[in-house]
Design a protein around this ligand. Structure first.
Ligand SMILES: [Zn+2]
Ligand SMILES: [Zn+2]
Ligand SMILES: [Zn+2]
Length: 254
């Protein structure tokens, strides 16, 4: 399984427009973070997790030609705003793109992209097949088995996904016990880590490290990173062995 981090930034991305902090002005490519997303390939199955506002640029950067499906973690704008840009996949694959989401997230997508789901959609509108998923009910997407599970994002229940030895969790600040059982022992685990202060709906760096240990993961990568985290080059050396800040373009073969 090949994993590419297509984006590792929080909702405004890094640099933030107009910000003159040292991180936003950094010349290091590791400090340029598009909105969080992942591209996962196993054989000829290709999956994107989330379809944020930078989706077009992200699919170009991984040279994607086909998508077997998009998994949505939740309906916040930084995870769905790029849905219109699936149109090239409609054109190449000559079919709707399958988008997997909970009923609540699907309802939000239908509402916000009403033109896609209109009875008489205009010619050239994106074609999407929304497929409802429920936490803890695994399914296959192409050859890849996907286990969705609940994580808490403030007051919102959102989805994390386990794929065999690999688990992806973004936008969370707590996990229920049932999900802890599913995630525990992942060889490679992605967790969100926003910055250093406490936050109402995201792990901060200290909490994300604690959770990595509690979940007994092999290698842990942090995503959904704010400019307030600090420069990649300053933070990475402070992390325990096996823990890394992810960065855009980071590729793992699992
Ligand atoms: Zn987010
Ligand atoms: Zn900044
Ligand atoms: Zn969110």
């Amino acid at each position: 399984m090949k994993i590419i981090f297509t984006g590792t930034g929080t909702s405004q991305g890094v640099p933030v427009i107009g910000c003159e902090c040292a991180i936003c002005l950094s010349g290091d490519q590791h400090d340029k973070r598009l909105r969080s997303g992942l591209y996962l390939s196993e054989g000829d199955t290709h999956i994107a997790i989330d379809v944020g506002p930078d989706f077009r640029q992200q699919m170009l950067s991984v040279e994607a030609r086909t998508l077997d499906g998009i998994l949505l973690t939740h309906e916040h704008n930084d995870h769905i705003a790029g849905l219109d840009d699936i149109r090239p996949f409609n054109y190449i694959q000559k079919q709707p793109v399958r988008v997997y989401a909970t009923e609540r997230t699907a309802a939000d997508v239908r509402h916000r992209f009403s033109y896609i789901f209109a009875e008489q959609a205009y010619p050239g509108a994106p074609r999407v097949e929304l497929i409802p998923v429920k936490p803890y009910i695994p399914f296959y997407l192409g050859k890849v088995e996907v286990m969705p599970f609940t994580v808490y994002h403030g007051k919102l229940s959102v989805l994390g996904f386990r794929f065999g030895r690999f688990t992806y969790i973004t936008d969370a600040n707590d996990l229920p016990p049932r999900s802890v059982d599913i995630v525990r022992g992942s060889e490679v685990l992605v967790l969100n880590a926003l910055h250093h202060r406490k936050h109402h709906s995201h792990f901060n760096l200290e909490q994300a490290i604690e959770w990595g240990k509690r979940l007994n993961a092999g290698l842990v990568y942090f995503t959904h990173v704010s400019h307030q985290m600090g420069k990649h080059g300053d933070i990475q050396p402070t992390l325990p062995d096996g823990y890394s800040l992810a960065y855009d373009g980071l590729t793992l073969n699992i």
